[in-house]
Design a protein around this ligand. Structure first.
Ligand code: 13P
Ligand code: ZN
Ligand code: NA
Length: 282
């Protein structure tokens, strides 16, 4: 079924597990993510960044995800990831997205509050949850960059931010980065517990590609209710296509390597869902 992210994240918070949120670029990735969720009986979030929306359009992704979700045996949500502006949130909501993020994390605190509240109010008016971000996730997810300062979320600021904006979930900076890591990153998990102690809404972990299973589990134990995976899926998809072409350089039918790519993405998503603990929750 096609649903919003509201119940799935509150259920995750109450049940002490996390929903996996997986970035999709095309129909094959959408199908692979939903198949994984169905096989594991897991609720699932599919998300697209601003960059992905330039590759396709919000209307295209909404049409693909909705039609697949309506036939699915598990709850599926479509979420705008790292929404760059109020206008993008409007566009995605009109297109049919069932969850949005406003990423104002590069802005000064008051400006971030202002735009996040605008999007949260708009989303609330149409019954859609809104995620926002305070602190920074390193690396590159479209235009989201970190300059090395103010990366970590301050717990008291997070409490004030969540209360004044009325957001439904909060993305936190605790040392993760978008993309793969050089080595294993050091996460400030004590800070995560401190944030969890004072912030009521579900917390979101970005940049999970490259984290060890134990790191993800530790973050979920300390209060993360949504974990974002993007780079690992893109990598699994692309390696599978490359391998297929090595095996059969003369392949003509895109369905052939599309099927191989879907299998690879599905296997990865299932493994990550189990680490998040959302298997069997739908
Ligand atoms: P990764 O690319 O590191 O998995 O980050 C995903 C993410 O945070 C999407 O918003
Ligand atoms: Zn992210
Ligand atoms: Na990462």
């Amino acid at each position: 079924a096609y649903v919003t992210s509201k119940k799935m994240l509150l259920d995750a918070q109450a049940g002490h597990y996390a929903v996996g949120a997986f970035n999709a670029e095309n129909m094959e990735m959408v199908k692979a993510i939903i198949r994984a969720a169905e096989e594991l009986h897991a609720p699932v979030m599919i998300q697209t960044t601003g960059g992905t929306l330039k590759y396709g359009t919000p209307e295209t992704y909404a049409a693909i995800v909705k039609s697949e979700a309506e036939r699915a045996s598990v709850p599926v949500c479509l979420h705008l990831d790292h929404g760059p502006s109020y206008e993008t949130a409007v566009r995605c909501i009109v297109a049919g997205y069932s969850s949005v993020m406003m990423d104002g994390s590069k802005l000064p605190f008051e400006d971030n509050i202002k735009v996040s509240k605008q999007v949260a109010d708009l989303a609330a008016a149409v019954g859609i949850p809104c995620e926002a971000e305070l602190g920074k996730v390193g690396g590159k997810e479209d235009d989201t960059v970190s300059d090395g300062k103010d990366i970590y979320t301050d717990p008291q600021e997070a409490k004030e931010f969540a209360e004044r904006t009325g957001i439904s979930s909060l993305a936190v900076g605790i040392g993760t980065s978008h993309g793969f890591y050089k080595g294993i990153p050091v996460l400030d998990v004590n800070r995560l517990s401190e944030i969890r102690a004072v912030v009521e809404v579900p917390l979101v972990l970005h940049g999970a590609s490259g984290l060890t299973d134990d790191q993800v589990r530790e973050c979920v134990k300390r209060g993360i209710c949504k974990v974002n995976f993007a780079t690992e899926l893109r990598n699994a998809y692309s390696r599978a296509v490359a391998d297929y072409f090595k095996k059969d350089p003369d392949v003509v039918d895109p369905k052939k390597y599309g099927e191989a790519a879907m299998e690879a993405v599905k296997a990865l998503v299932k493994a990550r869902m189990k680490v998040c603990g959302c298997d069997g929750k739908a």
